[in-house]
Design a protein around this ligand. Structure first.
Ligand code: ADP
Length: 547
């Protein structure tokens, strides 16, 4: 017997409809590339999203066609979030920090039809547009009178001119909630970047879960500043949860330095912020010497990399701000765990609470997780046994776009499919997960991935290099930075500076290793594979120059 409840598909358009009807005058404030602040409301977002949808219809874009963005956090990007997905197309947010070659590769792989970009990325788009073979329309996120002439980009349009010319009358189409809604490529795996393709259902379920009190805990009374980029896993889903709760949104645009973020937090009475540790490090470094305090900030979600104890301490003790340590992945939409205390922990001494708060946190309902040993057997939740962390749930990938990389899932004895995260963790009896290591061969610097294989491939292309291993080492600002460990060919000569210069133009600047360490041999396993765990152990006393 089936239940007798109305069967309405969970669609992203329902979020913006809701925000318009019930929180129409809720504010959206954005710092623009031009430097000024733009203000309007959820009602305006909804109207302009419908105009975007009409514009895409007018171009004859088919259901599921991809519309790409190269954009900061701002109101035009927000309109595209709802207009593109709501009308049945797929929003593809591209990370502008990637190397131009990689951007073109991703746009071609996704078969993007339209690419909307921030005016500050014009030089980048000029460099890549000829290589993006599927893109038919180029749109610059700017006013009509700001569109430069003679850009060399065929048919370049002003976003505002295009949107303003459309009718705001539009009825959101109803379709299967499992339809694709947006996509994001991750470089946090070996091989080519892989696309996580989210659905309307996964996005709406994730938005519900993210808003729960023990997760992000968002409400209509919050003023929320996502520093985490909208090109990085949909800014951790905040735009969707914001529409669902009707909170005020404050977008920092490109200004992510401590001073700019602080000014915006204060001016817009922000109660809630989210970002990677590097951003908060810059904020605290700006505030401390000047003796600045927060007037309204109450909570901040910190994730993407492990949150250093000193940061939790500083926020809590010096500024009275609650830190919510979070863990997730592009493949998980991204939220997996958040760290909040349980009732029984409230009476514990501060140091004991701190030990818990440093963990990555408890699973959110919707995310099932477990740890397994090398032979795949389940390990106990005892806070001691460390194993590969596996997850499953309705907002976790089943496969990558176009089946790239093959079947990513592993099956247990009951035939249930799990996604291996590439993280190594413990889980305690209360369900708090703590990451202890990473089995995937990638480096995370300031919240962004660097492929160690790419760095090694460039090094071994140098005629004097016989073997190269790239590993991550601690850095106080970026969390991790790559160094490359090199064995020279017999009789060949190459110096540190020459090799670092060799990287220029071959990878994004920030991905170039910080140092070269020359060694006689790199430890190898039985199959000839480089043993990075042993190498890291050998270099445990290594410090980056100048630190
Ligand atoms: P995001 O940066 O949004 O978490 P990514 O897919 O770029 O998403 O990165 C996911 C990976 O980042 C995780 O598998 C893990 O290795 C690392 N990571 C994310 N959050 C944390 C955290 N709180 N502590 C330690 N590592 C983390």
């Amino acid at each position: 017997m089936l239940g007798l409840m109305q069967n309405q598909p969970l669609l992203i358009s329902s979020l913006i409809d809701f925000a318009e009807r019930h929180h129409g005058d809720g504010e959206i404030v954005s710092r623009r590339v031009e430097g000024d602040l733009h203000r309007y409301t959820w009602r305006d977002v909804a109207r302009r999203a419908r105009q975007v949808a009409n514009g895409l219809d007018g171009w004859g874009l088919a259901f599921s066609d991809r519309v790409a963005t190269l954009a900061w956090n701002g109101y035009r990007h927000l309109e595209l979030y709802f207009g593109v997905s709501g009308s049945g197309r797929v929003l593809h947010t591209i990370n502008p920090r990637l190397h131009p070659e990689q951007i073109a590769w991703i746009a071609n792989h996704a078969e993007d039809q339209v690419l909307c970009f921030e005016s500050s990325f014009l030089p980048l788009v000029q460099a890549v547009h000829a290589k993006c073979s599927t893109v038919k329309r180029w749109v610059m996120l700017c006013a009509a009178d700001k569109l430069p002439a003679d850009t060399g980009i065929p048919g370049l349009l002003s976003y505002d001119a295009w949107v303003d010319a459309q009718s705001a009358d539009y009825t959101w189409p109803q379709f299967d909630e499992n339809s694709a809604s947006s996509m994001c490529y991750t470089s946090g795996t070996t091989g080519n970047p892989k696309g996580a393709l989210y659905s309307h259902r996964s996005t709406v379920l994730h938005a519900y879960a993210a808003a729960l009190p023990d997760v992000m805990g968002l409400s209509a009374r919050d003023s929320v500043l996502p520093v985490v980029p909208m090109f990085h896993v949909n800014a951790w889903g905040i735009p969707y949860s914001a529409a669902l709760t009707g909170c005020k949104l404050v977008f920092p645009g490109p200004a992510l330095d401590g001073k700019s973020v602080y000014e915006l937090l204060e001016a817009e009475k922000v109660t809630y912020a989210a970002g990677v540790p590097t951003v908060w490090q810059m904020l605290l470094q700006h505030m401390k010497p000047a003796g600045l305090k927060f007037s309204t900030l109450k909570r901040t979600v910190i994730g993407g990399s492990a949150c250093p104890p000193a940061m939790i301490d500083a926020f809590r003790e010096d500024y009275g701000v609650e830190v919510l340590h979070a863990w997730g992945m592009t493949e998980m939409s991204p939220l997996g765990t958040l760290c909040t205390l349980k009732n029984k922990h409230l009476a514990l001494p501060k140091e004991e609470q701190m030990k818990i708060l440093l963990k990555q946190g408890r699973a959110i309902y919707g995310v099932d997780m477990k740890i397994v040993g090398a032979d795949g057997t389940d390990l106990p939740f005892d806070g001691k046994a460390a194993g590969d962390l596996l997850v499953r749930g309705p907002w976790i990938v089943a496969e990558y776009f176009k089946g790239e990389g093959g079947d990513p899932l592993v099956r247990d004895a009951q035939g249930r499919a799990w996604f291996p995260t590439g993280d190594v963790a413990t889980i305690d009896a209360d369900g708090f997960m703590q990451i202890t290591d990473r089995s995937k061969d990638v480096i995370k610097s300031g919240g962004e991935w660097i492929s160690s294989i790419d760095i090694e491939n460039i090094a071994v292309a140098h005629p004097a290099v016989a073997m190269a291993a790239c590993i991550g080492v601690f850095h106080p600002k970026w969390d991790e930075r790559p160094i490359v460990v090199v064995v020279k060919k017999p009789g060949a000569e190459v110096g540190r500076d020459e090799l670092l210069k060799f990287y220029e133009g071959k990878t994004a600047k920030w991905q170039i290793p910080d140092d070269v360490v020359f060694v006689d041999a790199i430890p190898l396993g039985a199959t000839g594979k480089m043993l990075k765990t042993r190498l890291r152990e050998q270099l445990k006393d290594y410090r980056l120059p100048g630190l």
